[in-house]
Design a protein around this ligand. Structure first.
Ligand SMILES: C[S@@+](CC[C@H](N)C(=O)[O-])C[C@H]1O[C@@H](n2cnc3c(N)ncnc32)[C@H](O)[C@@H]1O
Length: 795
């Protein structure tokens, strides 16, 4: 390739920073705008940075095509792929030249003719319209600062018109109303009562309520995990992957600042941002901890009852990223999934008081969602998967894949086209109660059960019932044969899946199979056997979970040594990959049944761990750019943060109040929003204002019916007390219960429009988004397109 005669050494910072932002954006670490502001490192050409990354994503299909055709990433493997993508963007869609004399720029420029040749293959497609344009603006009321009723009244005082939808069984009708919201209208969400919905073009950056954190711009999908975790005031919560802190502050609001939230964030810089957001929100019950959560456990955070696991993911659900470069990268997905499995497992095994755990991602890939849930559930004997729709207690339409049978049915998706939200996935786990079972637990061959289909399970049960009806002697023989066959089948599967690991896998299977067969041997002592089987199973699981924890610990120690030992790990990885390549592809978190573990198996297990470690490490090093810094820099950052009062505590502070009784109860979150947040000023002089109040109260009555079904769990005592205190207020509300009629809504539209126009003129001048409307002239494509504001809602 062409090389300049006097190559300069340094690539312009603009490109380096743009590459970093593009990479982090692809990893779901924020919206482009948010990352530009966060990462620009005082670079003055903020618009150019934004434009470069935006155009890269707008033109991703073409760029991807060119990279493939020219094999540029392979040929220039020494150059960071993100730098390549940014430079290609600049060359083809930006200034249309790379004027710098650096070797890297010149190298990319050398491909210009090839690009042009291949560009003609690509049908000149219009720049992709961002699907977010149809997505409304979601505004979560920060109930630490204002009640929902107060917030609604405040908006109505600004002439916003409330559109109601109270039928919680009519989700389609609700979505239709949301999609049809006109300028000047807003709604209350039918699932998350503290969430208000505005038309997509509404901007809040200049709104006082946004500036003082009375409202938070948070997508509906991102509000659901905390809504379903539903911790009650006074409880102890662990937010495992907390930054930038949208869900942390939502958790604090759910707790009404009573209790403790351990908000753990591994990235030092992001922990700083988290601390800022928490501080601004008025949350006082949050402890920000800058640490790898995989190094934490129930000793460090005692009494954790609720856990939110919202790990780094591909971010494929973010509307505008839906078909990004990464969405097709299976190996990256596997790495991310490996990490997600480890972190979810640690949530389910390391916190003995945990009663409810919510796992969420902003990914639409089953590899990061149902598959993670499957792998974790199949090896956990203490938790069950809960039907999330039941908890939601209202109509919903997007669920997990039918390929996963009941498991899929129990998980929720949010999809941009159907739900008008970002893409999201969510699964809820609860600790097993007395006599309960995790029906997804794989008690045959851990990690190799393929019959997840509910149909298959029904068939299995039918078969079992038939066998029970047969002669005991016959049954004995048949059952044993069946068990043996099952082992054989699974061995075959294992063989296909694990390739080089066959022997070890068979040994695991035979061990487990033998246990089951022995347990089943005496069918006349069925009752006794059941108990025995459960004991054996529990023992196996216990040791298995311990083994998993050990693995996690080993991973952690490896990770913490990452900067010094990355080369070593690469070696591990390549050594192991020879024999475990397929394993890593198909089942990288192969469950470890360590009951009576042979040295040979231990060795194999270690090998698998090495693969997992290196994959996990690889994915994590992708996820956090900061990890590339050397230890010294990181240490210095940590010290700075320590000085900023981000702390790691050995002992948690004493809880202010513990409202939940022992049994694992969680609060009725919707009711809390409804009952807790409304305060009515009795002596408002204006008629109009009084009307607003009464309407709000009517709405609140509706909200009170939107309860989170907590599976028979009692309501928090604190809630009851609070409701009593507020009963006076609600009585008053009932007296003045006059809602908007369609007529009043219509009449006020005109009035509203003129006022709104003025308000719009004022506010738009200062909109932050304006920065991006007149994007650098060198980017005609991005200029053509109207820039859509992206809030912090990506999280
Ligand atoms: C998807 S974001 C979380 C968004 C956040 N829950 C919110 O609502 O604002 C994932 C975060 O997890 C952090 N993270 C990744 N691995 C971690 C680990 N092992 N320990 C703690 N934090 C981790 C990442 O740095 C990133 O900030």
């Amino acid at each position: 390739m062409f090389k300049s005669e006097k190559p300069s050494v340094r690539l312009p910072r603009l490109y380096k920073i743009a590459a970093l932002i593009a990479k982090e954006y692809s990893e779901g670490l924020g919206s482009i705008k948010q990352l530009v502001y966060e990462k620009r490192k005082k670079h003055p050409r903020i618009k150019s940075l934004f434009a470069l990354v935006s155009v890269l994503y707008q033109r991703k299909d073409e760029i991807e095509h060119l990279l493939k055709k020219t094999q540029l990433l392979d040929k220039e493997s020494r150059i960071d792929p993100w730098v390549i993508k940014i430079l290609v963007t600049e060359l083809l869609y930006g200034k249309k030249t790379l004027s710098g004399q650096t070797r890297i720029e010149q190298t990319i420029k050398g491909y210009e003719q090839m690009f042009k040749a291949h560009l003609s293959d690509v049908i000149e497609a219009p720049v992709k319209e961002e699907t977010v344009s149809t997505k409304p603006k979601y505004v979560r009321v920060n109930t630490l600062k204002k009640t929902v009723g107060e917030a609604i009244d405040a908006f109505r005082d600004e002439e916003w018109i409330l559109i109601k939808h109270s039928d919680k069984n009519d989700y389609n009708g609700f979505v239709e109303k949301v999609a049809a919201l006109k300028d000047g209208e807003f709604m209350v969400d039918m699932h998350v009562p503290s969430l208000l919905i505005f038309p997509s073009k509404t901007h809040f950056y200049n709104h006082q309520a946004y500036k003082n954190a009375t409202i938070v711009l948070q997508d509906k999908a991102s509000c659901l995990p905390v809504h379903l975790l539903a911790p009650c005031p006074g409880s102890t919560v662990l937010d495992m992957c907390a930054a930038p802190g949208m869900k942390t502050t939502q958790l604090a609001a759910a707790l009404e600042n009573q209790g403790v939230i351990y908000a753990v964030e591994r990235d030092a810089k992001r922990a700083g941002i988290l601390k800022g957001i928490v501080g601004g929100s008025g949350a006082t019950c949050v402890k920000v901890i800058n640490k790898d959560v995989l190094q934490c456990n129930g000793k460090e955070f005692p009494g954790v009852e609720y856990i939110l696991v919202d790990p780094s993911c591909s971010g494929s659900g973010m509307s505008e990223r839906a078909t990004s470069f990464e969405s097709k990268d299976l190996s990256r997905l596997q790495k991310l999934a490996g990490f997600q499995i480890i972190i979810l497992r640690s949530a389910l095994t390391r916190y003995p008081d945990a009663k409810r755990v919510v796992y969420s991602t902003c990914s639409l890939h089953p590899e990061e969602n149902e598959e993670v849930v499957r792998q974790v559930l199949e090896t956990n004997s203490h938790f069950k998967l809960v039907d999330a729709k039941k908890l939601l207690n209202a109509d919903w339409k997007s669920f997990g894949s039918p390929d996963y049978g009941e498991l899929g049915e129990f998980c929720l998706y949010a999809r941009p086209d159907e739900d008008l939200t970002n893409g999201f996935f969510l699964a809820v786990f609860e600790r097993l109660g007395e006599g309960e079972q995790n029906t997804f637990f794989n008690n045959k061959i851990f990690g190799f059960k393929n019959e997840l289909n509910a149909k298959d399970r029904r068939k299995e049960r039918k078969l079992e019932a038939q066998q029970n009806a047969e002669q005991p002697e016959m049954k004995k023989g048949k059952k044993n044969r069946r068990k043996m066959n099952a082992v054989g089948d699974d061995s075959n599967n294992a063989e296909e899946m694990v390739n080089g690991q066959t022997a070890a896998v068979k040994k695991v299977q035979n061990n487990v199979g033998a246990t089951v067969v022995n347990d089943d041997a005496d069918i006349h002592k069925e009752h006794k056997n059941k108990k025995k089987k459960k004991r054996v199973k529990d023992d196996v699981v216990e040791s298995q979970e311990n083994a998993i924890n050990d693995t996690v610990t080993e991973n952690v120690s490896e990770i913490s040594d990452k900067s010094s030992g990355s080369r070593k790990k690469k070696k591990h990885s390549s050594e192991a990959s020879e024999s475990t390549d397929d394993l890593s592809k198909s089942d990288q978190t192969l469950v470890m049944n360590d009951n009576a573990e042979s040295p040979k198996r231990k060795k194999k297990k270690k090998m698998r761990e090495n693969v997992n470690e290196s994959q996990y490490i690889a994915s994590e090093s992708n996820v956090e750019a900061v990890d590339k810094k050397d230890k010294k820099v990181k240490k210095r950052e940590n010290e700075i943060l320590k000085n900023q009062d981000i702390f790691v505590e050995d002992e948690p502070r004493k809880k202010k109040k513990k409202h939940c009784s022992k049994g694992g109860e969680s609060k009725d979150f919707s009711k809390s929003d409804a009952n807790n947040e409304i305060s009515i000023e009795e002596d408002k002089p204006k008629k109009k204002k009084r009307k607003h109040i009464s309407e709000s109260e009517e709405l609140i009555d509706n909200l009170a019916n939107m309860t989170v079904n907590t599976n028979g769990i009692e309501e928090c005592e604190s809630r009851k007390k609070k409701r009593k205190h507020r009963s006076k207020d609600s009585e008053l509300a009932e007296v003045s219960n006059n809602g908007d009629t369609p007529e009043t809504i219509d009449n006020s539209v005109e009035q509203h429009k003129s006022k709104k126009k003025k308000r719009k003129n004022d506010s738009e001048v200062n909109e932050l988004s304006e920065d991006f409307r007149n994007i650098d002239v060198s980017y005609p494509n991005s200029k053509k397109k109207k820039k859509k504001n992206k809030d912090l809602e990506c999280m």
